[in-house]
Design a protein around this ligand. Sequence first.
Ligand code: PEP
Length: 260
Amino acid sequence: MKARKPLVAGNWKMNGDIVSNEQLFTALRADLGRASVPQVEVVVCPPYPYLGQAAAWLGDTGIAWGAQDVSALPNGAYTGDVSASMLVDLGCQWAIVGHSERRQLAGETDEQVAAKVSMCMTHGVGVIACIGETLEEREAGRTEAVLGRQVDAIVAALLDPARPLPAERVVLAYEPVWAIGTGRTASPEMAQAAHRFVRERLAQQGYRHAGATRILYGGSVKAANAAGLFAMPDVDGGLIGGASLVADDFLAICRAAAGA
Ligand code: PEP
């Protein structure tokens, strides 16, 4: 058993509707509801409009729920954005930041991702900060350079003494971009090498909770490959996209994490 409690987060992306969500919440409640898998922390991240529905269905279970993004700014004339204080208002415990789809499609920079981490810290929202290299970067031998740059920006935010966030509320997700939604997964050994590098980098940059920080793997995790990935010493669970929309698959992944 690992010292760090595994965490499995489901990133529903822009999927779902009230009726299908209800079916998914019902299945998760029945299976994971209060303490049936106490060895793993489970977070479900639906689109913003369904956060209230998540609160209603999951509020009395041990399953946490979170947002897929948060604004780097406190409030004001930012049409379409949602602030960290609004998430807190709803009772939302977690936010994903820096997902590669936001970095690529919305042009988010490392600095903006760091500002979002800071905003979560200010408001006590647990943060799942995503990092990862593209295929082009990996093939050019730049994986560590890219991960190092992304981690350094996040650590700069984490070191702000005015906004302490407990180590268990700071989670990194290593998501090689070439593995997201492609069916191509990093091998457990590739994931472990990247996770080890990230943990060492956190420590080198002066983040004293590096050893306690959970680092999730994300990128085409399925019921069939989850156990192998989660068995790696520095892989502390997963950020799950497509498979989090299918109750049986997500539940099987949660069980794989519980057994790791
Ligand atoms: C993700 O979007 O965070 C992700 C890992 O997606 P998938 O599991 O579908 O590859």
